[in-house]
Design a protein around this ligand. Structure first.
Ligand code: MN
Length: 335
């Protein structure tokens, strides 16, 4: 992937942040797999950070002309113990899952899939999609909720707009303080299993927005386009800034181009999770069990008795994705 900006802005992106506690996390390119598959920029998890609140995974992609890059073609695959958020800036993705939900994911709309004890789904960019651009995020479910039945929620937030800014809060709630000192607040009605926040922020060139934060929460800001100053730190496109708990507010200021960012955050999960392939669990044995069950349910390994964890799926589509081999060393939890 390449920068598609016609007039890229020259910004100095230091390796280290100036504000104490802020970490700048750089993306790595990861192919989604399969022939002519697209690449994504992954900022979570990484060596120095596994979680921001319960957010445990962040893939950012595009803008990709679907004709060149092939678009998103992810056949049926499983998940456990997590929720997925698909958030698009442009294009459309068709989602289908074993809990019986079928949705067209569109820009500016939350599509939240809760895997709970197990789900399988497929994701394909639609034929009408010219340019695909967005993010997929995962949320680890806390122990109390991770065995719940699979479900799906859809929500289209009404943007909260002010002088030069617009905020679409798709999970949790977020406040802004406007230039005349007025407090305004926007909240999503979609319930979460730990305290979380997720929002898209748009700023006009040079504009600022003062956002109030829950002091107990940690936060991350992923910059999609433009340049952004967070307090004294400059954030470049595709970078994720981590803000530790303890801040009551942040001021985001756009550079000389329009800026668009995602803000994520929440109360620290305080649970050690084990993430491997598409599964979130707690122990090596649990993950190995999910893998064995998935392989059995798609006919790649001998069938196992009992209820299908990953549900029934409409037939006729491309073959499901088999799980990779487990590493020869034991998987160890993080967080
Ligand atoms: Mn998935």
């Amino acid at each position: 992937m390449s920068n598609l900006e016609v007039q890229p802005e020259a910004i100095l992106c230091g390796a280290g942040a100036r504000h104490p506690g802020i970490e700048l996390l750089l993306p790595r390119q990861v192919p989604l797999g399969g022939p002519r598959s697209m690449n994504v920029r992954r900022t979570l998890p990484q060596k120095q950070r596994s979680l921001i609140g319960a957010w445990c995974f962040l893939d950012h992609y595009g803008p990709d002309p679907v004709g060149d890059a092939g678009g998103m073609k992810v056949p049926r695959h499983p998940h456990t113990g997590l929720q997925t958020v698909s958030w698009l800036f442009s294009g459309e993705i068709e989602h289908r899952d074993s809990a019986g939900f079928h949705a067209i994911v569109r820009p500016g709309e939350l599509n939240l899939m809760t895997a709970g004890r197990g789900i399988s789904h497929s994701e394909y960019s639609t034929a009408q999609t010219g340019m695909l651009h967005g993010a997929q995020l995962w949320i680890a479910l806390p122990d109390a909720a991770r065995h719940m039945p699979a479900t799906f929620s859809h929500y289209r937030p009404e943007p909260l707009s002010g002088e030069g800014f617009s905020l679409s809060v798709f999970l949790g709630g977020l406040g802004v303080v406007t230039a005349d000192g007025t407090d305004r607040y926007s909240a999503s009605p979609v319930s979460t299993h730990t305290e979380l926040v997720g929002a898209e922020i748009r700023l006009q060139p040079g504009a600022s927005v003062r956002i109030t934060l829950k002091e107990r929460h940690e936060h991350g800001v992923l910059l999609d386009t433009g340049a952004l100053r967070i307090g004294m730190d400059e954030l470049c496109a595709d970078q994720l800034a981590y803000l530790p708990p303890g801040s009551q507010e942040i001021t985001l200021t756009a550079g000389s181009h329009p800026a668009r960012a995602l803000l994520i955050g929440g109360e620290p999960l305080n649970e050690r999770i084990l993430m491997w392939w598409n599964f979130v669990g707690r122990t090596h044995e649990e993950i190995a069990g999910y893998r064995r069950q998935w392989q059995a349910e798609i006919g790649a390994e001998p069938a196992e008795p009992g209820i299908k964890r990953f549900g029934e799926f409409p037939g006729g589509g491309p073959a499901p994705l088999p799980a990779p081999a487990l590493p020869t060393v034991r998987l160890r939890p993080r967080g």
